[in-house]
Every structure is written in structure tokens, then in C-alpha cells.
Design a protein around this ligand. Structure first.
Ligand code: NAP
Ligand code: GLV
Length: 314
């Protein structure tokens, strides 16, 4: 019942230590060799090396150590008969909620303007609408979008969402499907993107979409907040929209490619706020505990949470 750990750009040591604390009996390896290939039952991965999962005869489960599976599904060598689960523990969900609430309040409470005023020693109050006068529209009402939306409602914002399929029970109004998108956008002051990257969502954050956002709302103009994936946004369209007033401001955590090119004008744009893909990091301790529980469920023959639908792409 060995675990193979393969993560691009992450230090495996804290993960190995956390797995050992959660399940001291479990063997963990970070490389596949002839002697251990048949013992590996579980692969815990984040952007794994191409081909590493293709020759594991007893692999039972692939665990993606993050919410987005776009990089994993892009690898044509991953075995198609092995189920994939996303390790979406409450820790990562709350981290994303923190980041989204922070960005929404950052723009709503004029923090960029007050930072500039402080720099210039200017004492001036800016007009401040109530949160209830502002509608946050969330593209993608899955685990992360729903958590962020519920928190934003607690702060007092109007919240609406958009998903692919209609929901029977929701904590706020959710529009479903492409036909409803214009109506959703037309009510949105602050647009939050928490969509997975799929062929349908690639490039969705375009100038044409920004033009459909609500005009004349309580803020100086529409705001974009993207923590989904960089390939969902067209950087040139964001810059154009910021410059001509189609967007008032943008908070961006994700880029394509990453890191954001040093030459990108987004770095220095006065109304763009850039963070280096840190909205919701996977934390070894919390996530390992969660995944070990999932593995125990699997070993007891119980259904798993957060199974990925390869056909859908998320
Ligand atoms: P999730 O639970 O799978 O939810 C995805 C949501 O997007 C669902 O509501 C889904 O609709 C909707 N959706 C998918 N394709 C759509 C389409 N074509 N049109 C309309 N709606 C569509 O995903 P999650 O766990 O919330 O994570 C979302 C994404 O956040 C991840 O895929 C990842 O890219 C990103 N993320 C970023 C960071 C970061 O640090 N920046 C961290 C974690 C995650 P249905 O409900 O109808 O299926
Ligand atoms: C991070 O980007 C994730 O998908 O968990």
C-alpha cells in the first residue's frame, strides 16, 4: 500500500513527514524503480513528471494535491482506468475564501487609492458605498466559489454565481449555462473567476466579456478578480479594458505562463494587483490528514469525495 509522491516545484520533505504523522505504517517513495513499482497503490501528485504514472501495475488511485486538475489531465500518459480525486480539504478552501474576500474588500474599500494618499500625506475620505450596494458575481460555483460566495454574503455583499449546470439548492442565486451569462454579467460589479481550466473556459475573460459587466453601479467601474487559471484570461484584453475604463481594476493571482513575464505591463499597471499564484496553497499537514482519510475510505470500499470527471475536464 505504498504511496508515490511526485510534485513539480514542491519540496517533498514536509509532505513525507506529514504523511508519516498521519499514517506511520505507510511507505512513501518519490521515485519509481523496478523493485517498488508493483507496491505502489496510490500516487499523490502535483503536475507529475510525464510518464511516471504509466507503468504502475497496481495503481488504484491518483490524488491531485490541489483543486485544479488541468495540468494532470493534459498528460496523455496517465492511466485512464485509475480514478482521480482532488485533495480539496477545508484548509485550501478557506485559504481561497480569504484571498477572494481580501481582493473584493481591497477594491470596495479603495485600498489602492488610500495607499497612494498615504504616500502623498493626503487626508481625504472617498465616497464609500455599502457592501449591500455592490454585487459580486462568481464564475464557477463549485467548492471554492460557493465558499467564497457564502463568506462575501456574510460581509454584506450581494452575491450571484454562474455554473455549467443548474443547481437545485444554492446559498445564493446561481445562473447556469451560456444563455444566462449575459444576464449574470449585466448584474455584476465585481467579477470573481473560480472556474476550472477546460477547453470551454480557456480565454473566457476577454474584452467582449468585460464589456457586458454592469455599468453605473456603486463602484467607479467593474472589477475583475481571477484566481482560476491564467489561460482563462487574455492579458492584452485586461490591459486594454483597464486603460479605456471598461474595467476599473483587476486582482490577478494566475497567469499563463507562470511566472508572469518580467516584460508584462500588468506588473506596473496602477490599477492591477498581481500575486504569484498564492491564493490557496496546498498545506502538507492539513492535506495529508485529509487524503489519508480518503485512502482509508477507499480501502474500506466506501465512495470517495471529489472524484474528477475526465470527460468534463474537472
Ligand atoms: P469545482 O468544485 O470543480 O467547481 C467548478 C465550478 O465551475 C462548477 O460550479 C462548475 O459548474 C463550473 N464550471 C465548469 N465549467 C464551466 C463552464 N464551461 N461554464 C460554466 N461553469 C463551469 O472547482 P473548485 O474546487 O471550486 O476549483 C476551481 C478552480 O480554482 C480550480 O480548477 C483551479 O483552477 C482554481 N484554483 C486556483 C488556486 C490558486 O491558488 N489560484 C487554488 C485552488 C484552485 P457545475 O457546478 O455545473 O459543474
Ligand atoms: C492551485 O492552483 C490548485 O489548483 O490547487
Amino acid at each position: 500500500m505504498t504511496i508515490l509522491l511526485d510534485m513539480k516545484g514542491w519540496d517533498p520533505h514536509p509532505w513525507i513527514a506529514a504523511i508519516k504523522r498521519a499514517d506511520p505504517e505507510r511507505q512513501v517513495v518519490t521515485a519509481v524503480a523496478q523493485e517498488n513499482a508493483s507496491a505502489i497503490r496510490y500516487a499523490w501528485v502535483w503536475r507529475p513528471r510525464t510518464g511516471i504514472l504509466s507503468n504502475l501495475p497496481n495503481l488504484e488511485l491518483i490524488v491531485n494535491l490541489g483543486a485544479g486538475v488541468d495540468a494532470l489531465l493534459a498528460d496523455a500518459t496517465i492511466p485512464t482506468h485509475v480514478p482521480i480525486v482532488r485533495a480539496l480539504d477545508p484548509n485550501i478552501t478557506m485559504r481561497m475564501t480569504e484571498w477572494i474576500v481580501l481582493q473584493v474588500l481591497y477594491h470596495h474599500r479603495h485600498i489602492p487609492a488610500y495607499l497612494e494618499q498615504q504616500r502623498q500625506r493626503i487626508w481625504r475620505a472617498l465616497p464609500q458605498p455599502a457592501a449591500s450596494a455592490v454585487t459580486v458575481g462568481i464564475l464557477g460555483c463549485g467548492a471554492l466559489g460557493t465558499s467564497a460566495g457564502v463568506a462575501l454574503r456574510h460581509v454584506g455583499f450581494e452575491v450571484i454565481g454562474w455554473s455549467r449546470t443548474a443547481k437545485e439548492e444554492t446559498r445564493f442565486k446561481v445562473f447556469a449555462g451560456g444563455d444566462c451569462l449575459p444576464s449574470f454579467l449585466g448584474q455584476t460589479d465585481i467579477l470573481v473567476c473560480l472556474l476550472p481550466l477546460t477547453p470551454e473556459t480557456r480565454g473566457v475573460l476577454s474584452y467582449g466579456l468585460f464589456r457586458q459587466l454592469k455599468r453605473g453601479g456603486a463602484l467607479a467601474g467593474p472589477v475583475l478578480v481571477n484566481a482560476g487559471r491564467g489561460a482563462q484570461q487574455i492579458d492584452a484584453d485586461i490591459l486594454r479594458a483597464l486603460d479605456d475604463g471598461t474595467l476599473w481594476a483587476a486582482s490577478l493571482d494566475v497567469f499563463d505562463p507562470e511566472p508572469l513575464a518580467l516584460t508584462s505591463q500588468l506588473w506596473a499597471h496602477p490599477r492591477a494587483f498581481v500575486t504569484p499564484h498564492i491564493a490557496a496553497d496546498s498545506e502538507p499537514e492539513a492535506m495529508s490528514g485529509y487524503v489519508i482519510k480518503q485512502i482509508r475510505r477507499h480501502e474500506q470500499g466506501l465512495p470517495l469525495d471529489m472524484t474528477v470527471d475526465r470527460g468534463r475536464g474537472y
